[in-house]
Design a protein around this ligand. Structure first.
Ligand code: GTP
Ligand code: SPV
Ligand code: MN
Length: 613
């Protein structure tokens, strides 16, 4: 199709556009000219529109409607088996200077990258509808609302974005009213259709590009329809682009859950926790405490935007609107709060197994394993199959306001004041159940050296230990050394007496017989209680070279079948293990070169001296 033939589509599009916002119209026209969709559709975010979209997705075979008696208004779909997770290898931070992208992400010269992307996007939406989704991350009535517009050729992305972010006409009106900046976020599955060509259930391209232009604050994503690659408000905007905004504007954009805990004395505390992907954020965010008298409420399970408030307190807001949670391991015994939210319906499941009565299932959902399932790839499955029924990175996508334990403060654009920050990873050895940092800088040191075994949330090997500073390794939009320096300097804006206490946690330590050293899940409330009692100066601790760990009787073990020896094992600091760990940290820090903040190299030196003493 030549350019002339396309002109009427474009004219029609712009004439019927529900906005007069000049920049937005110009960008939509430019993208439409480049990608050549059959039509352009402006997403209003309405219920009726959602119904229309999901009907079309069912018709196309992308989604199956679940049995409404089990999961009302809910759908399940399976991706292409080569499109099941974030692709870090294919993720780029194209800053003008390579140095600003740092060593933790891929870099390419922005002009060169634009050339490559223009080629890929040229005609990439042929035969498809181009959807324009106005969205805001955070509250629409925030002081400084953070807008975006995602253009995508995937209806699955539109339906999922409606769950994960505040989208639609209200947002567009506000962008116009404020004549606001918006992050242009362009997405294509990269699978144009020739006239008459039959579509597949999950269109995508073998070649994937997840690209960020931090100075321009724009995103181009090509070739994948999956989660963090395609729902561009999530990792691409709220972490990679937002971390750059946060650096420039003096706040923090972090890969953290936000939890409110109320003690039996009715005092409320707020905890933020950064764990790498598939390392327990959603589970801790939806905690069901096993200790008497403590109440947990959630504010967020994946992304946390923090800034210092008027009184120097560190305030946290969850910019998201839904949960995009790891399905396997989410069950009635481990995470009843998530299960109740999911059971209310209005959810989209990806790569889970289907039950014969039109429901969904995944490993760990119920203690009893169904006798027959359709696995995530559409094959018959029985417990003897010898392979998981659901993909290990299968997900549920559910509105956050379906969580019964949602804290009312979730709806407050001012957020909550954070009392404690946890950094945690998945480590079989070495890292104790919980360690309290000596002070703020020591806590940043803990965060900067955080390590974890890799998971199925990203393509690549699983179970390999890697350093993951503040659980942000794949999500920093700029140089890692500068990122750590920002953590150090931004705290200067805070009231030094009110800086959150920092803790390092590890729910995943193993015992000699291979089992978990700590029961985890609801029992993690016991660790949070200890942390709060440390803040209040009430709990005992043992000083070790790495910080303070609980004495066995300072942890509330009421009702838990654990001996003091077992607790000792969970919290021990083993010098032999740490000799190895120090080597790992040294190698890690060496990679930063000049950009490592001197305060952190000083921390390492002190730690080495403590172990040598
Ligand atoms: P992303 O959404 O990828 O960022 O993951 P997440 O950090 O929210 O992880 P999530 O809570 O979904 O947990 C991932 C996996 O870890 C699930 O299979 C959980 O069942 C398991 N898990 C979570 N918390 C614990 C725990 O305390 N102990 C143990 N043993 N496993 C846990
Ligand atoms: C993660 O990988 O940290 C996720 C899932 O939360 S995704 O949206 O794919 O990034
Ligand atoms: Mn995550």
């Amino acid at each position: 199709m030549g350019d002339n033939a396309r002109q009427p589509v474009l004219d029609e599009t712009l004439k019927n556009a529900p906005t007069t916002h000049a920049k937005l119209l110009a960008w939509v026209a430019e993208v439409s000219e480049l990608t050549q969709p059959d039509s352009v559709y402006w997403v209003d975010g309405s219920e009726a529109e959602y119904k229309q979209l999901t009907d079309e997705l069912v018709e196309a075979g992308t989604l199956k409607r679940l049995n409404p008696e089990l999961f009302p208004n809910s759908f399940a779909g399976s991706s292409d088996p080569k499109d099941v997770a974030r692709v870090e290898e294919r993720t780029f931070i194209c800053s003008e200077n390579e140095r600003d992208s740092g060593f933790t992400n891929n870099w390419m010269d922005p002009a060169k990258m634009k050339g490559i992307l223009r080629e890929r996007f040229a005609g990439s939406m042929r035969g498809r509808t181009m959807y324009v989704i106005p969205f805001v991350m955070g509250h629409l009535d925030a002081e400084d609302p953070k807008f975006g517009v995602e253009i995508t050729d995937s209806a699955y992305v539109v339906a999922s974005m409606r769950i994960m972010a505040r989208i639609g006409s209200d947002v567009l009106r506000k962008i116009e009213e404020l004549d606001a900046f918006f992050v242009p976020a362009l997405h294509s599955v990269g699978a144009p259709l020739e006239p008459g060509q039959q579509d597949v259930a999950w269109p995508c391209n073998e070649e994937k590009w997840i690209v960020h232009f931090p100075e321009e604050r724009s995103i181009w994503s090509y070739g994948s329809g999956y989660g963090g690659n395609a729902l561009l408000g999530k990792k691409c905007y709220s972490l990679r682009i937002a971390s750059v905004m946060a650096r420039d504007e003096g706040w923090l954009a972090e890969h953290m859950l936000i939890l409110k805990l109320t003690s039996p004395e009715n005092k409320a505390y707020h905890i933020a926790a950064a764990f790498p992907s598939a390392c327990g954020k959603t589970n801790l965010a939806l905690l069901d405490p096993t200790i008497e008298g403590w109440k947990a409420e959630t504010l967020g399970d994946d992304i946390n935007w923090m800034r210092f408030g008027k009184d120097g307190e560190l305030r946290a807001v969850n910019p998201e609107f839904g949960l995009f949670g790891v399905a396997p391991g989410t069950g009635w015994s481990t995470n009843p709060n998530a299960m109740r939210a999911i059971a209310k319906g209005n959810s989209i499941f990806t790569n889970v197994a289907l039950t014969d009565d039109g429901g969904v299932w995944w490993e760990g959902m119920t203690d009893e394993v169904p006798e027959h399932l359709t696995d995530w790839q559409g094959n018959d499955w029985t417990p003897e199959a010898g392979r998981p029924a659901a993909h290990p990175n299968s997900r549920f996508c559910t509105p956050i306001d379906q969580v019964d334990m949602l804290a009312p403060e979730y709806h407050d654009p001012q957020g909550v004041a954070i009392d404690a920050i946890l950094f945690g990873g998945r480590r079989k050895t070495t890292i104790p159940l919980v360690t309290e940092a000596r002070d703020w800088t020591n806590g940043i040191f803990m965060g900067s050296t955080l390590s974890s075994e890799t998971t199925a949330a990203a393509a690549g090997a699983v179970g390999v230990v890697r350093r993951d500073p503040m659980a942000m390794l794949p999500f920093m939009g700029y140089d890692a050394g500068d990122y750590l320096r920002h953590w150090i300097t931004v705290s200067g804006k805070g009231n030094q007496d009110r800086l959150p206490k920092i803790f390092l946690v590890n729910w995943f330590r193993r015992t000699a017989d291979g089992g978990f050293a700590w029961p985890g899940f609801g029992d993690n409330s016991r660790v949070l209680k200890w942390a709060i009692e440390r803040i209040e100066g009430k709990a005992d601790a043992t000083e070790t070279p790495i910080g303070f760990v609980p004495t066995p009787d300072s942890l509330d073990l009421t009702g838990l079948d654990m001996t003091p020896e077992q607790v000792e094992e969970a919290v021990k600091v083993d010098p032999a293990e740490w000799a190895e760990e120090l080597k790992g940290i040294e190698e890690w820090y060496a990679r930063f070169g000049e950009s490592l903040p001197e305060q952190l190299s000083a921390q390492l030196k002190v730690l080495q001296e403590r172990f040598a003493a």
